[in-house]
Design a protein around this ligand. Sequence first.
Ligand code: ATP
Ligand code: MG
Length: 591
Amino acid sequence: MGINCHDPWTRLDPHGEVLGQRFSAYLAPTLKEAPAEAEIVSHKLMIRAGLIRRLASGIYNYLPMGLRSLRKVERIIRGEMNRFGAREVLLAAVQPAELWKESGRWDQFGPELLRLKDRNDRDYVVGPTHEEVITDIIRREVRSFRDLPLNLFQIQTKFRDEIRPRFGLMRGREFIMKDAYSFDADDEGADRSYWDMFKAYQNVFKRCGLSFAAVEANSGPIGGSFSHEFMVLAESGEDSVAFCPACSYAANLEKAQSLPYALTPGETDLPLVKAHTPNCRHVPELARFLNVKEESIVKSLLFLAEGEPVLALIPGHREINPVKLREALDGREPILATPEEAERVMGVPMGYVTPVGAQVRILADLGVARLKSGVAGAGEKDYHYLNAQIDRDFKVNEFVDLSLVEAGDPCPECGEALTIKRGIEVGHVFKLGLKYSKAMGATFAGPDGTEAPLVMGCYGIGLGRTLAAAAEQNHDQDGLIWPMALAPFQVGLLPLQPKNPKVWAAAFNLLDRLTALGVEVLVDDRDERPGVKFKDADLLGLPLRATVSEKSLAKGQVEIKKRADRTVVDVPVAEAAGELKKLVDAALALS
Ligand code: ATP
Ligand code: MG
């Protein structure tokens, strides 16, 4: 089968894709130690196993073994995109600034956007995402409702000058993304496109062998009306997710809501009293000093939203969710006032800021409304008010949900106590609506000839991040444990005495049989001690290991070991290929 290659250990399939290859011909440099900058296990192991190498901060090269796994993620994604009717394109990476000015993002994007000039002093960006470019194509090429619906995807390098690139491929500055963009004539069509992509993403991450959850997400500065993130659950994840153990509710903590959290209302028939509270700038010390519960203290935090001072109130035992506050401020980013700004606007340090008599807009969390009255700053250093009461003592402009959900809060859908877990966002689907089509004039003619803007959706998966997340979820103290679907090779074949002609011939024969069955095999042909080969095999984490040695051949056997559970079976030489093929197929069927 296949086409020939001059290397005796190389086996190619009919398309010239590598099915079998020898370790010594690979650039697969394994390391005993991880570099100091590698903080999390996936980063450490991907470097140590020789999958990737750092070129600059947040910029990585894929070595052959890493690229093989990347290609597998790519193939799975492409397959699911094709299955749901998306068409593949490859858009330009360098994009003219004019498009970004049209959408308004030239000014909005900030320092994450890598801008460059050509020799004629024209401005360009290196694409961090492609809404502008795709909308530009569509407005030129799509004329009528007959061209719709349309969904286009690409797999391509992006650049975002992240403020804190870290964790290897997890948060890079240069990274590979699959991005898809859907265009529909109406809202119902856009919803169908959205849920198709949602299903495609579920399939992708399932087939990658990941344990993941789709959670409600905030659509953030990209805009749009609703969105989900696909989260791989892992301790090292940068996101927090609220889950209900009883029903299906799951949401990014940025977005999570709850039924009213536990709170005892304050007294409403006591007078306002000013109390001396020396050195009590923070809630815990104030609660201790006054001998009250933290929840009965109204925390007053001064924010500046594009310069406008806004006082946000929340019960002392809770934290403000900045994303909810931003939404309450119509998308304006609230920035916590510095001590100097608080002094300038309110005349006192932050810890003593008071809502009583405040001349600024006041937003209060719904918990404050239930509290009715409590301890509050007195607008004077070292003093607080007791029994400060809403309406009687201070006015609130608006009550809104500002609270960051905590573990144990009642689920908004069923009331069960929520739990919070860490997650890695590997994919994100957005319903964009008309944001870009309106800004850039992407319209189509309906059946009666009237022009209307296209309804859009956009959908992204980070390929490198997905690989890193798989490594984060699948490893032990000895190295990686690849899910079958993502492993660089499915089987590691270890001839322990490669110079012994019998061992050599048996390995050669097994390689032929396996690759004839379509199984991918990496042969460790190196003249190394068995211990070295076993260690590297564990580090690289190929799911199956087949060992051919003088000892095993004397019994007419090959040893097969599963990397994940370390179980070992000896099988007759003649059955080894069939047995390995069965194990590969069984593992792929599970994912
Ligand atoms: P994050 O919140 O993690 O910064 P994002 O919300 O900016 O990500 P999207 O614009 O939704 O990311 O991009 C789609 C996908 O691209 C993400 O789900 C993630 O898998 C991947 N991705 C985004 N930023 C990076 C990055 N810096 N490095 C690697 N992958 C990334
Ligand atoms: Mg996102």
